[in-house]
Write a protein that binds this ligand. Structure first.
Ligand code: SAM
Ligand code: DTB
Ligand code: SF4
Length: 342
């Protein structure tokens, strides 16, 4: 049976470990698969409603033309992906989109901009978007690249709930994926957002041709943060033609991440960060219901809804409704168990 009647444990009653060693995390990855998933499921059920999945909706509020060179991303100026650069969307159009997401049952609205960092002249519109979306009763999340202290403060004043800033991969592999910024730059922004009292959403991508040791290093970097990110998106690389990694994968099909290894990564994230929302993010469109079911069993409890992510296709509401019915899952209604200083 689902843990339908289980009462999630209060955050204060849980002692969270932030001293995980890489050896411990590697040992979790090495467990027999069913044992690993069983342990992750136990932890999931102790802290969350195991039959409920949080629904989040993404909107690209400024697409393409990004000066960064992230090897996976269709929106980099370095990619030959055919994605056209747009200006920042009008506030009213963003609010219209948020209203649709709310009406479709989404609880969080995540707005993404293809920027290295926002310009100060963009901030008034960004602030109006945060305020407007919050007034609709949705949780707000922004992902805008690096932030200055002043911009961070402006987001706090606007009432932003979450800031997404992924570490993407292990610290030692970072410069093979992105050269225009460093892993340390990424951590600086995460620390700034955290110190300002905004909830942190940070995760990364599996299936970029990395090794198991990189996946260990990736989870280790998140699970040893002074405070675990409240949301941990685990993306499976969506191989996009014209990007460095998308083309590499097209040439070496065997490099595609094994489903079982992907589920292992989700399970290890759940075990090491028990209270975090673990989001089964990009890449679901290419996953079977069975693989997604294993991810939910292993502790994933959040997804992106709708038929589009930022530029890539997503599973779509009909497919998700059918999957939820098939698996007996339902959309999450309650607030998340752990909140940062709010
Ligand atoms: N520009 C901002 C930034 O980089 O933080 C926000 C947008 S960026 C697209 C957000 C995240 O989406 C990336 O950090 C990466 O983890 C994920 N992502 C981008 N392209 C992806 C792809 N092709 N497959 C899987 N995940 C992807
Ligand atoms: C995250 O970790 N994944 C989302 C969100 N945070 C911003 C983005 C996924 C993007 C997938 C590729 C695309 O749509 O271009
Ligand atoms: Fe720009 Fe973000 Fe894409 Fe990197 S992931 S190229 S920073 S939009």
């Amino acid at each position: 049976m689902f843990a339908d009647t289980a009462t999630p444990v209060a955050a204060s009653a849980v002692s969270l470990r932030t001293d995980w060693t890489r050896d411990e995390i590697a040992a979790l990855f090495d467990l027999p698969f069913t044992e690993l998933v069983f342990r992750a499921a136990e932890i999931h059920r102790a802290h969350h409603r195991a039959d409920q999945v949080q629904l989040c909706t993404l909107l690209s509020i400024k697409t393409g033309g990004c000066p960064e060179d992230c090897g996976y991303c269709s929106q980099s100026v370095k990619a030959d992906s055919g994605v056209e650069a747009t200006k920042l969307m009008d506030v009213q159009a963003v609010l219209q989109s948020a209203a649709q997401a709310r009406d479709a049952g989404s609880k969080r609205f995540c707005m993404g901009a293809a920027w290295r960092n926002p310009k100060d002249r963009d901030m008034p519109a960004i602030i109006a978007m945060v305020r407007g979306v919050r007034e609709m009763g949705l949780e707000t999340c922004m992902t805008l690249g690096m932030l200055t202290p002043v911009q961070t403060d402006q987001l706090v004043q606007a009432g932003l709930d979450y800031y997404n800033h992924n570490i993407d991969t292990s610290p030692e592999r970072y410069d093979q994926v992105i050269t225009t910024r460093s892993f340390a730059d990424r951590i600086d922004t995460i620390d700034r957002v955290r110190a300002a009292g905004i909830n942190v959403c940070s995760g990364g991508i599996v299936g970029m041709g990395e090794t198991r040791a990189d996946r260990v290093g990736f989870v280790h970097a998140l699970a040893t943060m002074e405070r675990h990110p409240e949301s941990v998106p685990v993306n499976a690389l969506v191989p996009i033609k014209g990007t460095v990694l998308g083309d590499m994968l097209a040439d070496t099909p065997l490099a595609k991440i094994d489903d079982i290894e992907f589920v292992r990564t989700v399970a290890v994230a759940r075990i090491t960060m028990p209270l975090s929302m673990v989001r089964l993010s990009a890449g679901r469109e290419a996953m079977s219901d069975a693989t997604q079911a294993l991810c939910f069993m292993a502790g994933a409890n959040s997804i992106f809804t709708g038929d589009k992510l930022l530029t890539a296709a997503n599973a779509g509401d009909d497919a998700d409704a059918a999957m939820f019915a098939r698996l007996g899952l339902r959309p999450m209604t309650a607030q998340e168990p752990m909140r940062a200083g709010k």
